[in-house]
Design a protein around this ligand. Sequence first.
Ligand code: SF4
Length: 362
Amino acid sequence: MIDLRIKVEPLPFSEPLVLRLREGNAVNAGADDAVLMSVDGPRREYDYHGFSIAFHADSGVSLDNDVVMIVPGQASARRLIRADSVHNTLLITEQCDQLCVMCSQPPKKQHVDLFTELETAASLAPRDAYIGLSGGEPLLHKRKLFDMLITLSQSRPDLKFHILSNGQHFEESDIDVLQNIGTDRILWGIPLYFATAAEHDALVKKVGAFDRLLESFALLFDAGSAIELRTVIMRQNYSMLPALASFLGTHLPFVERWALMQLENIGFGRMNWNSSFQDTSVEFGHVARAVDIASAKGLAVQLYNFPRCSVPVRYRHLAPAAISDWKNKFEAFCTDCSSRQACGGFFEWYNHKIGFKELGPI
Ligand code: SF4
């Protein structure tokens, strides 16, 4: 697991500070850059506008062009953007208006507003970066989020975003804003678990969520926005996946892709693991049927978070290494697997004792 925090020595700042670390040639260092001055074992000392800032990191860890946030009073800085990674996600809020049974990041009541800092971080990202924005539900703070995206669309038109949303807060008046930001700049990752309202609403614990979702999809379609539909596979919806595939093919054929996802063993997903985990290494039939139906209707399908050896050969090409680099791991039996490069392995918190039963090198 890659540590997303690095130890920082105390500083006399009272506000969060976002800066980019420069370790190599820093000739073009800008106002938000801190330039490496010296290295002493794990201690790296940077110059930032005449201030000395010291971080501690293992010698093998490159921090060059990483964007970090230092919060007063905290002993470690957050690595918001890792320059050598394609898996950078900024957390917009931990608030949410749903309580999905598989949620990997259960909502909190309070919101810490860091839009200014996150905008600075994104503005310092490497060229052509693809940045994830997640929650909680980011659109609970829609105005600030859209303002940030509008500003970045002007200052950094090369950036693209993947935004996770529960799809409950789009309105007709957002269409112009979405188009101003640039519909080719955002892929909206939005979950749908059933083809029927009662079952979907029960799973996300919000009455009316399904109908509101369909309204949002229509608005996003009108705006020309791109949608990645996301369906976590659970015992609750496993047998209904073929019906969902038919529904999507008929009602939402315009989506960019349909991502069928395995459950993450953390948050509510861990709490509800025994009642929700569907072992698709043992029983894959309804997934296969859903993929076949969706494909026949012209939908692009992907299988996220599936160890490749859990997927029948015929469908294996649909299972990319989707787990972010900082939170994936491999089991001992993966050592000699020829598919290891193409496989995403497991979440760091995956527990094999209660996980997939039929895995092994391929
Ligand atoms: S054995 Fe490990 S590396 Fe190989 S496909 Fe299975 S999970 Fe992936």
